[in-house]
Design a binder for this molecule. Structure first.
Ligand SMILES: C[S@@+](CC[C@H](N)C(=O)[O-])C[C@H]1O[C@@H](n2cnc3c(N)ncnc32)[C@H](O)[C@@H]1O
Length: 250
């Protein structure tokens, strides 16, 4: 596996005896020390306790991805199926089924899309998020998540490398929005998440590249009041706090 430094002394890996083997793999990937003598010198702790994997920061805030625990509403009840805005935006009525998610993050949207019956391929560039997601996909008992294809790397590179090689109907992109006040995440998760992934300031370049793919639609999720990421939105599917800007390619 290619390794991925987070930079400086921001993160260490901590494990109990039962989690040691798994922890060694992630310590190598994150290029982070395993069970260091002075863990208080590291702002993020990537913790492996038996099967459980999570991140804590020095303020004891927790970030955990567990698709079966559902603490972040991974299995939505009472959804409206093909009438969900996200499904409409992606073109479900026009037969879109295979989605490329360029910003998996905590996997909330990706998992929901899978629940709605889409086949999803996802890309995430944050090494820590990727590690948490990998473990969550490996651990989940939900059959419909077993076919999920998760990739580590930058979406821009991924798009350049894989153009013409993947069968994708529509592309989905939800970059961080710097002024975003509301979020699907509870407060403590949001703070750790933002600290880890930053601001995605290259988002418009990613969108530009996505628009060169031979797909039906490219959909960008934005907070309601935000400006368009790039001009050329064909239609906006508006919810209460977010909207889905749809670009039609070709
Ligand atoms: C707002 S979050 C996405 C949340 C996600 N839709 C969810 O439901 O959990 C943005 C995520 O996309 C990732 N991301 C943004 N730009 C990216 C890029 N160019 N390549 C790969 N990942 C990217 C960030 O690292 C971050 O984890």
């Amino acid at each position: 596996m290619v390794s991925a430094p987070l930079g400086g002394s921001r993160i260490c890996v901590r494990a109990d005896d039962a989690g040691l083997e798994k922890a060694q793999k992630w310590a190598a990937f994150l290029q982070a020390p395993l069970n260091p003598e002075n863990p208080e010198n590291y702002f993020f702790h990537f913790c492996v306790e038996g099967d459980r994997v999570f991140v804590r920061d020095l303020e004891k805030r927790l970030l955990e991805i567990d698709f079966d625990k559902n603490h972040l509403d991974y299995e939505r009840k009472g959804h409206r199926g093909k009438n969900e805005l996200i499904a409409k935006a992606l073109g479900v009525a026009k037969g879109a089924r295979r989605i490329l998610d360029l910003s998996v993050g905590m996997g909330i949207d990706s998992v929901f899309l899978t629940q709605l019956g889409f086949t999803v391929t996802g890309v995430e560039r944050s090494p820590v998020l990727y590690a948490l997601l990998s473990e969550a996909f490996a651990r989940t008992k939900k059959d419909y998540l077993k076919s999920y294809q998760l990739h580590f790397g930058d979406a821009l590179e991924f798009l350049k490398k894989n153009k013409g090689l993947l069968e994708i109907d529509s592309i989905y992109f939800d970059p961080m929005y710097p002024h975003k006040k509301k979020s699907a995440l509870p407060k403590q998760e949001m703070v750790v998440f933002r600290d880890l992934v930053g601001h995605d300031e290259d988002a418009s370049l990613v969108l530009q590249e996505a628009l060169t793919w031979p797909v039906q639609r490219v959909v960008v999720k934005r907070p309601m009041q935000a400006e368009e990421l790039l001009p050329g939105v064909r239609h906006s599917y508006e919810g209460k706090v977010v909207r889905y800007d749809t670009y039609v390619v070709g």
